[in-house]
Design a protein around this ligand. Sequence first.
Ligand SMILES: [Zn+2]
Ligand SMILES: [Zn+2]
Length: 333
Amino acid sequence: MEIKEIMLKIEQEDITVLQEEVKAQFDNRQQTPLGFVWRKKHYEVLQLLQTKKEPAGQISYLVLTDGGVFKLVLVRENEETVCRSKWVLQYRVNVELKEVFQNISREAGPAPAPPDPVFVEKLAGIIPGPENMFVPLELAAIANYHGHLCPELAVGYRAGLIARASLNLHRRNAHEFFVVAENLSSAIDALQYLTGCTFGNQSFYAYETGKHVYYFARYNQEQVLHEALRISLINPLIDLSPYQPIAARLCAGKAAPEEVSRYHRAISQAVKDILNLPEESLFTQKVVSIRRPQPFSRHAYSRCARCGEVVAAFSIVAINDRPLCPVCAGREK
Ligand SMILES: [Zn+2]
Ligand SMILES: [Zn+2]
């Protein structure tokens, strides 16, 4: 089934009218709905098929989800001066999900027609697998930010989703939380993007133990110890060491074409498994007590008396009454 066939079904009113208010998550940056909860089930948006401004002024979104094709409308209600908005699930298109998947995938040729479909290999570059792979829009955005879609990124994404569901940790309330990671891998890009806790805003901390272990905690100024959700990866499916020789030949530009595609398929499969396996076969979870690493106050700065570069006050070393940056202080000694 092609997108225009879905449009035809809508035109012929081959739809199931719902008209139910739903809770939806919306990504302001991308201006797209990411998912919604309907009849207690969460539907993840995999592809935005069409955005339209309706005659009455509302904006409607035709979305392909993991549970079918739906039309979602953002309705604004003007109650005198207060403007309230709500999401209404207008209808579901009577179409088998399997049909849509098969054929939209096939449409994703070298020149996809707008609206730009979000496909892994388009974003990833490293995963031009034989079959197209649909990923949730939010993960596509993360892959775009990170530069590619790799197994570690998928691990961070899954761990972040667990934290979101168990602690209600979202970008909008990120300032109430902090996150600690035991590695410096691609996963931490996914986690920063997903949670809104970042290195820059000093609510993300990471050190390398080589483990995919993550702590998520709600910050309380009055406490030293914080209750944290500890999530650790126990499934070794991210191990791609059997492909290391191919990767080395690939870097040297000496890999045979069939080796390259074997390597890509292995990565693609690892990503798929990480995205599809149930939580309990990927991670263990427990609640532990942790301290929040000390954030630095970065309001005070001076210029180094030797090199003239600006340096934060907490790093200044005074030698013979001269304020020096740590590098110059080392040279003076
Ligand atoms: Zn990566
Ligand atoms: Zn200096």
